[in-house]
Design a protein around this ligand. Structure first.
Ligand SMILES: Cc1cc(CN)n(C)n1
Length: 326
């Protein structure tokens, strides 16, 4: 079995959304390799909360089964969150189908989700150990389908314009160039976590002895690195400075930015060309960088700002992360 689904740009350009069919109902969900819950807007929310979203209606699905007394509650690194009840239903992603997938129906969502009209929820693709369901954590879609897949993998090929594809069960060699380099993942963390102990700016490489581990996180827009790396990068950008009003480093959009690369394990340097560093405009002349600080937290988050320049393989059986240029 394999499945392929397109990722399309959300208006805000900060996330990638893909169509998922649950009990015959289609929702646009954010595939998130940095969390492990599949949750959706549900008709239990108020109409004000639902707004323009598609909301799953359990009473309209002939295959939905409530998990009586089960609940979930989530909060993400950006302060957003959701909570609600749990059931199972048939989930189809691009032709790959799980018949009794735990789905988490939101009865409350934070304001960030209400205002993000493009995302009807998330598909968590980190390890099931991080699933938030009580009293019994549930398995992710990938865990449930892995044994049915032609290969125990899923891949993310996210493009610069916010489009792209997620594929389950196959590694499409037409989607990358050069060698696919695999790195062992520390699955005990629950994340797709690996070491990252060097970086390069404008082609000059720096080794680090105190780097925090990194995770591959398709649900985060930016590249959130240890402060010393971020300061080193923006010290090479004359007009750059930390702007607390926007909460990050900004610079003149006219700058000729240096290339940046960061290690994924020991044998892959993931490069971002200088022309690909900017995340968004702040105003007519100021730009907000895709490289920002993790504020000294104990992990570096390799989000879409990095991943969209590469082809990424998540290998669930051997706990490996594959990276290739494209
Ligand atoms: C909703 C959401 C997901 C993630 C990354 N895992 N963030 C930071 N926010």
């Amino acid at each position: 079995e394999t499945g392929e689904v397109a990722a399309t740009p959300a208006d805000n350009g900060a996330e990638y959304l893909s169509p998922v069919t649950i009990g015959g109902q289609k929702l646009n969900l954010n595939f998130d390799t940095g969390s492990s819950d599949l949750w959706v807007f549900s008709t239990a929310l108020t109409s004000a909360e639902i707004g323009q979203h598609s909301a799953f209606n359990p009473s309209k699905s002939s295959t939905y089964k409530e998990l009586d007394g089960y609940s979930f509650s989530l909060s993400y690194g950006d302060g957003s969150g959701a909570a609600g009840v749990v059931g199972t239903d048939t989930v189809d992603i691009g032709g790959a189908t799980v018949t009794r997938q735990a789905i988490e129906l939101a009865t409350s969502v934070s304001s960030a989700f209400v205002s993000d009209a493009d995302s009807d929820g998330l598909v968590g693709l980190a390890f099931s150990t991080l699933n938030s369901v009580s009293p019994t954590p549930q398995k992710t879609f990938f865990d449930n389908i892995m044994s049915e897949l032609a290969q125990p993998v899923f891949t993310a090929s996210l493009d610069l314009d916010g489009s792209g594809t997620y594929e389950f069960g196959t590694i499409d060699s037409s989607k990358f160039t050069g060698d696919l380099e695999f790195t062992p993942v520390n699955a005990a963390s629950g994340f797709w976590q690996f070491d990252s102990s060097c970086y390069s700016i404008g082609g000059k490489t720096y080794n680090r002895t105190n780097a925090t581990p990194a995770i591959a996180d398709t649900g985060t827009s930016l590249l959130l690195l240890d402060p010393e790396v971020v300061q080193a990068y923006y010290s090479q950008v004359p007009s750059a400075n930390y702007d607390s009003t926007v909460g990050g480093y900004t610079y003149d959009c006219s700058e000729n930015l240096p290339d940046f690369a960061v290690a994924v394990g020991d044998n892959y340097m993931a490069n971002i060309p200088g022309s690909g560093i900017t995340f968004s405009p702040v105003d007519s002349k100021t730009c907000f960088g895709g490289i920002q600080s993790n504020s000294g937290s104990d992990v570096q988050i390799f989000g879409d700002a990095l991943l969209k320049h590469h082809f990424v393989v998540f290998h669930g059986e051997s706990n490996l992360l594959g990276m290739a240029a494209k």
